[in-house]
Design a protein around this ligand. Sequence first.
Ligand SMILES: Cc1cc2nc3c(=O)[nH]c(=O)nc-3n(C[C@H](O)[C@H](O)[C@H](O)COP(=O)(O)OP(=O)(O)OC[C@H]3O[C@@H](n4cnc5c(N)ncnc54)[C@H](O)[C@@H]3O)c2cc1C
Length: 227
Amino acid sequence: MLHEVAAGDLEPNHICNPLRKLLRRVVVLDGNVESIDLSQRRVTISYTASLIRHDLPFDHLVLALGSDTNYAGVPGVAEHAFGIKTLGDAVMLRAAVIALLEAASVEPDPEQRKKMLTFVVAGGGFAGIETIGAINDLARESLPHYGRIDAGEVRVVLIHGGPCILPELGETLVSPLAATSVFSWMVLSFLRPFGGSCPRSSTPSGRIFPYGLASGVTAASETTKNS
Ligand SMILES: Cc1cc2nc3c(=O)[nH]c(=O)nc-3n(C[C@H](O)[C@H](O)[C@H](O)COP(=O)(O)OP(=O)(O)OC[C@H]3O[C@@H](n4cnc5c(N)ncnc54)[C@H](O)[C@@H]3O)c2cc1C
């Protein structure tokens, strides 16, 4: 549902709940696991809001530390693109799209406006497809409020490094890229490192996309911290 927060369809507090309210018979400590001593069966915890450190004994230990976003080793994506992993990311993405629409609506230079209204998403897995859909909906549905922007100026580009989007579903469920013509996005196969001088993204055919906003969301195939 993160993409729905990015699209402005849902508020952040619609998709999260306080742990203490959910877990009524559980002692909840909101801290960082610093270290684990397996032989002594103890976990050391620190707290962001204070200097206190805590040593907790355990009988059984369950590790569920989540995963990091997988940027598929493409240099530049992590540094220059918005992620979509946390509620904060979703809120920032939404704010950035709106800020670009605001800026483009008063920008007299057509080339500059074209750049501001080009939204590039790297990665056609679940997260990328949800994100590009959210950006597409947010940008296009906001246009009536920005009378000076022509709908044809908005470009939403997905750059994906494979023959099929949504590879998680398997080839039998996903048609090759050609089928994506049903969407109003431009889909480019093969992601290549983003150009050194941001903001630009490029493809092996040499096509350069000066963009207003880039989101790198190859998060669907994440690497797990537990491993
Ligand atoms: C854009 C996007 C959309 C998604 N949409 C869906 C969807 O529609 N449906 C669905 O089922 N799944 C969806 N997912 C996947 C889903 O969010 C993840 O599978 C799920 O959150 C994994 O849960 P988890 O508990 O393993 O990890 P997380 O939710 O990542 O939780 C791990 C927690 O561990 C904490 N942690 C990490 N290190 C430490 C440490 N050292 N000390 C203390 N705490 C630590 C982290 O802060 C975090 O709170 C989506 C993911 C993304 C990125």
